[in-house]
Design a protein around this ligand. Structure first.
Ligand SMILES: NC(=O)c1ccc[n+]([C@@H]2O[C@H](COP(=O)([O-])OP(=O)(O)OC[C@H]3O[C@@H](n4cnc5c(N)ncnc54)[C@H](OP(=O)(O)O)[C@@H]3O)[C@@H](O)[C@H]2O)c1
Length: 262
């Protein structure tokens, strides 16, 4: 796909990985973006930062059907189609399952998974109107290898993996490419309360995602060779991963203790 001039709908484009994707897509010749995020202030700041971009900015929550409908109506009133849908918005709340609040369980599922499915459903007619369209879903390394204390987050991100796979196959006769990105720890607001030795930059994650999309990849997995090996180990010898977790249980528990970005 040649990206130049493509119209992009991105969720959570007002911060972190989503904002960096916008920055880099602008460098690829894109200038039309529809963005949904809950905070109007962050959306206003986005317009100030990227003055030459034609934005459709919608303050709303991807887990609310009426907000998704409002977003789609807004997009439809300005554009005759969507070339690229990026399902990026996401939240996390880590804790042993018994300690996770019911609200954090429900909201993680609704924002990270149900919202993606609903928005994709409602954006499909607009994507199908274009000759050459794409969907990029931002999952997580935890969608490939689940870790303790991230049971609900990991479930949403693994759900996204299967949703992407099913949609890729469902749309096989459409000109809509579906790609999934699996970032590992990345330096954004989402990880500000976590003590990590190494974090990827948003620049790297966005570069790899765009490069993968331009090469028609179906999966982009961050985290280097080690990560790819771990994914294979998790598939073929999952008890090896269990034993690593067992040996480092307290470290995993301590590190996840204050990890909440909702
Ligand atoms: N950072 C990491 O280490 C990491 C690793 C793996 C995967 N990921 C995934 O990458 C994606 C982006 O994460 P990030 O690190 O860039 O997060 P971030 O810096 O916290 O940014 C999240 C963005 O999503 C928006 N958002 C959150 N909840 C929303 C909702 N209910 N409705 C609409 N917009 C919402 C936020 O805006 P408002 O707050 O204004 O709504 C913000 O623009 C997420 O799906 C995350 O799960 C991140």
């Amino acid at each position: 796909m040649n990206l130049k001039g493509k119209k992009t709908l991105i969720t959570g484009g007002s911060a972190g990985i989503g904002k960096e994707l916008i920055r880099q897509l602008i460098n690829h010749g894109l200038k039309d973006f529809a963005v949904i995020g809950r905070s109007q202030n962050k959306l206003d700041a986005l317009q100030k930062e990227f003055k030459d971009v034609n934005f459709i900015l919608v303050a709303g929550d991807v887990s609310k059907v009426k907000d998704i409908d409002r977003l789609i109506d807004e997009v439809r009133s300005h554009w005759d189609g969507i070339d690229l849908l990026i399902n990026n918005a996401g939240v996390v709340s880590a804790a042993p399952l018994q300690k996770l609040s019911d609200e954090d369980i429900i909201n993680q599922i609704n924002i990270n998974l149900t919202g993606v499915i609903l928005l994709t459903k409602k954006a499909l007619p607009l994507l199908k109107e274009r000759g050459d369209a794409g969907i990029i879903n931002i999952s997580s390394g935890l969608g490939l290898i689940a870790k303790p204390f991230y049971s609900v987050y990991a479930a949403t991100k693994a759900g996204l993996k299967h949703f992407s796979e099913a949609m890729r196959r469902e749309l096989i006769f459409e000109n809509i490419h579906v790609m999934t990105v699996y970032p590992t720890a990345t330096d954004t607001n989402m990880l500000k309360n976590v003590d990590m030795e190494h974090m990827d930059s948003v620049k790297l994650v966005a570069e790899r995602a765009i490069e993968g999309f331009l090469k028609n990849k179906i999966d982009v997995i961050l985290g280097g060779e080690k990560r790819l090996q771990d994914v294979e180990t998790n598939k073929n010898s999952p008890l090896e991963i269990d034993s690593h977790i067992k040996d480092n249980y307290d470290a995993y528990k301590n590190r996840s203790e204050n990890h909440r970005a909702m």
